[in-house]
Design a binder for this molecule. Structure first.
Ligand SMILES: [Zn+2]
Length: 203
């Protein structure tokens, strides 16, 4: 029964629904964004739409570090300036951004693309661990830095890797305490994260 509520035109409703699927965007923000786009100059709206399509069309995972890149291998993996003997293991590509901002780290990275989470049915095989083991086989790596997030799942994942890698004899370190517990690396400020890197300890 129609009580007099008229939804927005179908293309607008559709856009609102799409925004509503994004993290941190509720129905009200979704509607606000959609109406904002409606007022946007045509060229700007097209540029936004093209940027969305480009990240899907042109982005692949680096065959070495598994970071998102538009050229495989990713720039850091190709760089002669980076220390090839160190690999810093992170959960997500965003963590690399956070660590790079500190300017303190000159080694390589490896992105797990998640954490072990029995609650969500995510096990070691769902992460990029096989790829990591493949990289370590070269024998060039002298230090592995476990930089998962300082929360329960991050710690459990680090512990799993520690046990898995300890027979290799590779030096393993983790970031120093002082990072906000329960938080994400990506939210830590550069100074805190830089200090945590500098003060990393053996595990
Ligand atoms: Zn790479």
């Amino acid at each position: 029964m129609n009580r007099g509520f008229f939804p927005p035109a179908e293309p607008v409703s559709r856009l609102i629904d799409e925004f509503n699927k994004l993290p941190g965007i509720g129905p009200k923000s979704a509607a606000r964004l959609a109406y904002h786009l409606l007022r946007m100059p045509e060229a700007e709206a097209r540029s936004l739409a093209e940027a969305i399509i480009a990240v899907k069309d042109k982005i692949v995972l680096c065959s070495l570090c598994q970071n998102i890149t538009d050229s495989d291998p990713y720039a850091i993996c190709r760089s002669k300036q980076r220390d090839q003997n160190k690999i810093c293991i992170v959960e997500e590509p965003l963590d690399i951004l956070a660590l790079e901002r500190t300017g303190q780290y000159q080694g390589l990275y490896h992105v797990l693309h998640g954490v072990i989470s029995p609650m969500e049915g995510i096990g070691p095989d769902d992460l990029k661990i096989r790829e990591l083991l493949g990289r370590l086989k070269s024998g060039k790596v002298e230090e592995v830095i476990l930089a998962t997030n300082p929360n329960l799942e991050g710690e459990a994942t680090a512990m799993y890797l520690q046990r898995l890698l300890s027979p290799s004899g590779i030096r393993m370190t983790s970031l120093a305490r002082g990072l906000p517990v329960g938080g994400d690396l990506e939210y830590a400020d550069e100074v805190t994260l830089g200090r945590a890197l500098e003060g990393r300890r053996e595990v």
